[in-house]
Design a protein around this ligand. Structure first.
Ligand code: PRP
Ligand code: HPA
Length: 179
């Protein structure tokens, strides 16, 4: 069942206090990838949620780097493409870029201009939503290409950082929530 799948994923996620800096409790998804049942459960829950809510999706957009771990497997379930939203300087050819601030630090995201067509329906995916700065910047890139953002998906949402509030009006769906 969906509850069992959620429990399998929840049991796999580990917490590391004071990583990468004091005061940050780092939620680590690497055991979800190590365990094929946990990984498949995550993709299953994402797929089921999307099928229940969106009749048509054109492309899945994954965020550098851990959005790349989940996005392609999910895109395969829908027989649709996957596009990369990368940290600055990684993508060749004409790109669109936007800068943003992190829970710890600052960075810039980029997307190839031909990655998405105007009007295409896009679902964004990452491993985790913290302050929402990264996902918000990714949404800005998609919006600049005049594509339609259906939803932002994450495995984990850190509720106390109010990332979903920052992303409004774009909806967020998470598999697991922590304070
Ligand atoms: C982490 C995480 C999200 C982002 C969430 O990635 O994977 O992408 O931070 O934080 P935010 O909601 O406060 O923006 P990170 O920037 O550490 O990069 P990485 O995936 O390359 O390790
Ligand atoms: N875990 C993984 N990535 C993150 C976190 C976290 O707790 N916070 C910001 N990025």
């Amino acid at each position: 069942s969906d509850q069992e799948k959620e429990a399998i994923i929840r049991r796999a996620v580990r917490a590391f206090p004071d990583f990468p800096s004091p005061g940050i409790c780092f939620r680590d998804i690497t055991p979800v990838l190590k365990d094929p049942l946990a990984f498949c459960s995550a993709i299953d829950l994402f797929e089921r949620h999307l099928r229940a809510n969106f009749p048509k999706i054109d492309v899945i957009a994954g965020l550098d780097s851990r959005g790349f771990l989940f996005g392609p497997s999910l895109a395969q379930r829908f027989n649709i493409g996957f596009l990369l939203i990368r940290k600055k300087g990684k993508l060749p050819g004409p790109t669109e870029s936007v800068s943003y601030s992190l829970e710890y630090g600052k960075a810039e995201l980029e997307m190839q201009c031909d990655a998405v067509e105007a009007g295409q329906k896009v679902v964004l995916i990452d491993d985790l939503l913290a302050t929402g700065g990264t996902m918000n910047a990714a949404c800005e890139l998609i919006k600049r290409r005049n594509a339609e953002i259906l939803e932002c998906l994450v495995v984990i949402e850190l509720k106390s950082l109010n990332g979903a509030e920052k992303l409004k009006p774009y909806p967020v769906h998470s598999l697991l929530q922590y304070d």
